[in-house]
Design a protein. Structure first.
Length: 406
């Protein structure tokens, strides 16, 4: 909730309330994890105007979302600021009865109520005798589109590696914007598209583009993505990424098998209420990356005479690259590779009971271990250069991996 409070307080300072002098900010988190904010706007016909909650809801709807998961309202009075009757009604159009509404005042006073407690007799579609139009879920959309034939193997393609999806046979593409709650990548090299096809005769779903923690979208969209894949039948999730080498024995251009990870993101995608339908409250993480799948890839690499490495991957938030001092610290912690992704999806996948394989394309030597500065352009260039080896390795490995996805 802290991020919502910060967002609501920040937008409150931009409110336009020259008549009442009462500033209000509202922040809404949607079911996808996205955050929308609004401030009150008054006019000379005061008290007629636009409430902060209405501003936030309008921004949410304009962005194509219609499901509220959490609300924060902050006023500049001493008492906690509650939504007015009209705003309660509006919020109830998009928020289930158990949605938490946090009301704050300027002196730190706080009160939390559920939407059902705040407005027990909401007037809406149900009161008119009609059901609330269901928002199609990502999993529902994919089931309608692909039926029972959705692949059991999915591959998340990291920076510079999206070309693998373009070479699938009989491809069918679906934009992330067509899938409710899916991420909206904003970084170069991450298209934001799901492509279903076959590779060497093996059905596979590829995801071109991921969202990173540093993009500020939270991890809710990643949870939606992983859980939707599980719901449509995926049983093996292959996570690829671009990384920097900390271990001296790992050279740029090498593909590395991830044996374990260190989470230095400062967050965990499972924070918050747990839905037992998705997985246990306290999932075991002693074997995140499946040893059997790693063995298949290692054997394929040997048959292809392709040199591969293996090691522990450490994830940082980014977007700044690591400092030399941080790299020295990470090496002391036991990290061999460093990057800015993968760990949230791996945690979510294991929570959901999926088998996970991690493949890292080493694009550079980590900071302080060479003289040249680091850049995202180098990451993309090296990723694209190694994409051919990754494609060969996946093509050779997928038939055997498919036997583990049954």
């Amino acid at each position: 909730m802290t991020d919502l409070v910060t967002a609501a307080r920040a937008v409150r300072e931009r409110a336009y309330a020259p008549y009442s002098r009462f500033l209000v900010g509202c922040a809404i988190r949607t079911a996808s994890g996205a955050v929308f904010v609004g401030a009150n706007v008054e006019n000379a016909a005061y008290p007629q105007g636009l409430c902060a909650e209405r501003s936030a809801v309008a921004a949410m709807v304009a962005a194509g979302e219609q499901r509220i998961a959490e609300v924060v309202v902050v006023g500049n009075g001493a008492a906690p600021c509650a939504p007015c009757g009209g705003c309660r009604q509006l919020l109830s159009e998009f928020a289930p009865g158990d949605t938490a509404v946090h009301m704050l005042g300027s002196d730190g006073g706080r009160r939390t109520a559920t939407m059902g407690e705040l407005l027990p007799y909401a007037f809406g579609p149900l009161a008119l005798g009609a059901g609330i139009p269901p928002t199609p879920t990502a999993a529902g959309y994919l089931k309608d589109r692909f039926g029972d034939g959705f692949p059991k193997i999915a591959v998340v393609l990291g920076s510079g590696l999206g070309g693998f999806a373009d070479r699938l046979e009989a491809p069918t593409a679906v934009g992330y914007d067509e899938l409710e709650g899916f991420p909206r990548p904003s970084v170069e090299g991450h298209v934001g598209r799901l492509v279903v096809g076959t590779c060497g005769g093996v059905p596979v779903a590829t995801l071109q583009g991921r969202v990173h923690v540093y993009e500020g979208q939270g991890t809710g969209t990643l949870a939606t993505l992983v859980r939707a894949l599980r719901e449509v039948g995926v049983r093996v999730l292959i996570l690829t990424n671009a990384s920097g080498a900390i271990a001296a024995a790992i050279r740029p251009g090498t593909i590395a098998l991830i044996t374990d990870h260190i989470n230095m993101l400062g967050t965990n995608p499972l924070i918050g209420p747990n839905d037992q339908r998705h997985g246990p409250r306290f999932p075991d993480m002693s074997a995140v990356y499946d040893a059997g799948l790693r063995g298949i890839v290692a054997a394929s690499a040997s048959s292809l005479r392709l040199e591969i490495a293996s090691g522990v991957y450490l994830a940082t938030t980014g977007p700044s690259f690591e400092t030399p001092a941080e790299i020295r610290a990470f090496r002391a912690l036991g990290a061999d590779l460093v990057g800015m992704s993968t760990v949230p999806e791996a945690i979510l996948a294991r929570h959901a009971g999926l088998k996970v394989l991690g493949l890292s394309v080493v694009t550079n030597i980590a900071a302080g271990l060479r003289d040249a500065p680091l850049s995202h352009a180098e990451t993309l260039a090296m990723g694209e250069a190694a994409a051919g080896d990754l494609e060969r390795l996946l093509t050779a490995s997928l038939p055997e991996i498919a036997t583990h996805a049954a």
